[in-house]
Design a protein around this ligand. Structure first.
Ligand SMILES: [Fe+2]
Ligand SMILES: [Fe+2]
Length: 191
């Protein structure tokens, strides 16, 4: 079997992990993760990912309300704190994963090396998105704070950046779970 190309594995284009990175999930499939006895670290990981999905959906909802005729000051008051918290938590989560958990996983399960490489590359790609979101959020905040005429343009740009980031983030969360949840559960995990 030929190796999938880097392009096919890029976060922006892939539709899931290639089969050779899914052997852990085959051994411990998703439908069993909800059963009692899931490793606590794995359960916590799923909970964190759930909170990022919820956060993204919450911000998407705020933007939709504004696009449907909502007031820009309401959007500003609700979206800016939500965005700050999202950026901070997601950045912190990725730092811990790439800095601590992934190196441990490489040692515990050398066979998944290419999968961890892929997840690390995802983090780099998402980091670029977070930077764009931060800059767009700041521009929107400054425009509203100074009563600038282009505040709606800045809000629209931030909304577009949130739209653009959603699918890659959700793709990453799901693919990461397919590797790390069974790995932690099956192989054990030293803190
Ligand atoms: Fe991650
Ligand atoms: Fe994660």
């Amino acid at each position: 079997m030929s190796e999938p190309s880097a392009e096919a594995l890029a976060l922006a284009t892939r539709h899931g992990l290639p089969v050779e990175m899914l052997y852990l999930r085959e051994e411990y499939p998703r439908d069993r993760w909800a059963e009692p006895g899931l490793d606590q670290t794995a359960a916590f990981w799923l909970q964190m990912h759930g909170s990022f999905r919820g956060h993204q959906a919450h911000m998407d909802g705020l933007v939709s309300q504004w696009r449907a005729g909502g007031e820009i000051h309401v959007l500003h008051r609700q979206l800016i704190p939500a965005l700050q918290s999202f950026l901070q938590h997601l950045d912190g989560h990725h730092r811990i994963e790439s800095g601590q958990y992934f190196p441990m996983m490489r040692r515990i399960e050398p066979r998944i090396e290419h999968g961890i490489d892929l997840l690390d590359r995802d983090h780099d790609a998402i980091h670029g998105q977070l930077e764009t979101l931060f800059q767009s959020g700041l521009a929107f905040h400054q425009a509203v704070a100074s009563n600038a005429a282009d505040a709606a343009d800045k809000a629209a740009r931030l909304g577009d950046a949130l739209d653009a980031g959603a699918a890659p983030l959700l793709r990453h969360l799901e693919d990461e779970e397919d590797i790390v949840i069974p790995l932690i559960h099956l192989r054990g995990f030293q803190h």
